[in-house]
Every structure is written in C-alpha cells, then in structure tokens.
Design a protein around this ligand. Sequence first.
Ligand code: PLP
Length: 394
Amino acid sequence: MNPSMESEYLYTGEHVEGMDLKPESMPCFMTTAFVMDDLTEVGKVYAKKGYTYGRTNNPNRTALAETITMLEGGAATDIFASGMGAITSTLLALVGPGDHIVCNSAIYGETYNVLGEIMPKCSVETTYAPLHDLAAAKAAIRPSTKIIYTEVVSNPTIRIADIDGLAKLAHEAGAILIVDNTFTSPFAIRPLDHGADMVINSLTKFLNGHSDAMGGSLTIKDASLMPKLHHMAMLCGTPGDPFSAWLIERGLRTAALRIPRQIETAAKLAHALEKNPHVELVNHTSLDSHPQRELAKKLLGEDGGSAMLSFIVPEDIKKIDIFMGKLRYARYAPTLGGFRTTMSHPVTSSHPNVPDDVRRAMGITPGLIRISVGIEKAEDLIADFEQALTAFDE
Ligand SMILES: Cc1ncc(COP(=O)(O)O)c(C=O)c1O
C-alpha cells in the first residue's frame, strides 16, 4: 500500500501527549498555561520542552504544525498568528547586521514593507530582482547574501519563480531559499521538493479556506534550526492562539477537496474570460498565452496550480463599479483563498502608492482585476462574469 498525501494528512496531527481519551476530532486547548504539581514535575516538563505557557507551546499549534510538516514534506513546522508573523519572525531570526537579502521584485506588499522598514533597522539590505529571470537573480547576489526570498506565483500579475533554479543559485552562493507558498499551497507544489530550504504559508488563505481565522506557518527542511526560529517567534509574541489553530486544522481537513477544485475552476474561468470581447488580457498559469506556460506546466501541472488569476478590462472606473455591482458571486474583499470567490482591484488596494508609470511597467493598470476563485460551480461563475461584463457594452 502506498497511500496518498491527500489521505494520510487526514490522520496526521491528532495525537495529544498524555491524553487517554480518544476524541474523533482534535479538542481545542483554550488555556494560557499548564499546571504542574511540584518542582520535580516542573523540572521534567521544562527539560523535555513540554507544555508550559501558551506563547511557548500549545497542543493545537503542535497538531497543526505536524499536519503542515507532512503536507509540505518538511522536517518541522512552527505556527504563527498570521502569515506576516511567520515572515517577520523568520527573517529576524536568520539575519543580522551586514547581511543581504535578494527578494523577488513582485512580492506581497507587506513583505516588501518588512524588508524596507524593519530589516534596515537591523542593518540588513535587500536587493529586488525579477526572480523569474535567473540571470537577474544571479546578478543581485552579493557575498553577504544570506537569503533569496520569493513567492511561487506573484501577485497580482501571476508570474512564476523558477524554484529549482533559484535553490541552485542560493546554495552555490551559500544562502538559503525561502518560498512563500500562499497562492499555490502544498496541494499544487511542495517547494521543499524543488530545493527550497524553508516554506511559508499564510494559513489565513487557501489552507484554512473558510475566511474565519488568521494564521501562518514556517516549514523547514533542517529541523536543527527550529529552536532558534521558535525562540524568535516567542520573543516577538507571534505564535498564534489555540482557537485559530483549531479552526485552521478543521478547515485544512477538506483542503484536498477544495483546493484542486478551486484551481480547476480558475483555469475554466480564465479560459472563458480570455474569449470575452471586453477582456484585454488574462493572467493565469493554465493559459497557453501565459509567458511562462512551460515552467508553469513543469512546476504546477497542466491546470496551472493556482486558484488566483487576474484580468484587464477597460480603464473606466464607473463601468468597473457597475460590473462589480452586477456580479452575484465574486464580492470585493481584501483577502483571498476562501471558499467563496472574491475580487480585488490592485490599483486601489495593494498598490495605491506606487506611481502610475511604475505600476503600468509591472502590468498593473486601473483596469486590472484580481480574482481568488472559490468552490462555486464553474458554469455558474462563468455565467455570472459574462453577464456582469456586459457593463462594458457601449
Ligand atoms: C502571498 C502572501 N503572503 C503573506 C501574506 C500575509 O498573510 P497574513 O495576512 O495571514 O498575515 C499574504 C496576505 O495576503 C499574502 O498574500
């Protein structure tokens, strides 16, 4: 028997140390601390790094971490209060004065802010390069480079980083590769299998999938680094609360059903939008028109491996508002990865402070709309977009 990841992960992350009861689902340990009977027990619990104080450790975070370690194919995982908690604590743990980071120029806005606002306070410099171009990545590396940092699929223009190539470059330079897998998830790609050293997920998004809890994870290949990474998380106060970990683990149990369907529906919607006369361009990794289609197939499979897409409509804000009003399903919400389809408008949400010419050079125009595809039926979603796009009829 050679069971699949999709079956095995359902049975991972359930064991609670010391418990004789056998609940079918994981209980929630809403406690800030664990009681110890005497100093002998105190000594024993601290010596084995057992459950002591909630910021240090909690069974719900342990269970969730175990499941994500299995899904990402890593050696250990730490759980955080948010994706940003994972990103900030990890970078602070790994770099120090004089160190250098190479980061993809297309990166989540607040990751960019951490590199631009917090890292310089630690005398850490960052160089941005378009990391889908390995020559540009290589040129950005310095002797002091400690980390290459990228997302698999970039927001909102849906470009792909060549994870295998970047891992090779990082290792040749004595650096590590950290990959943010939020837009793709381990059900589409396991970056550690492609040479990455660490993988981050915003659990707030596809992995929880229910838009009701925030969390983040860091999964690493070399478990010996975890004490150092976890220590920084503890000092920063970024480990998440038990209820969020419990909710995320519950949401995660159906991710193997949800995420592949969301990806498949995104591919169908992208193909339909490409045929619509009001749509100037569609960005999705399943399309033959995608400039990195071959890399997308290699890394993410035929259907493109992401339920995120974007498309360009005419630059007429009034008509965009009418279009949004006509949509039954895709509601505007500044998040992604939920069970319902959501949309955002990068020019007014994620990139309002970037000058227009710079934004246009990045492929972000006032007509660009980003979609996170949910679990609605593809036919319903396509019909809804088609009727709403009549807003652009003369
Ligand atoms: C790619 C990516 N990484 C990280 C984050 C941060 O996650 P969180 O909002 O859980 O802190 C986000 C949030 O949208 C994201 O899109």
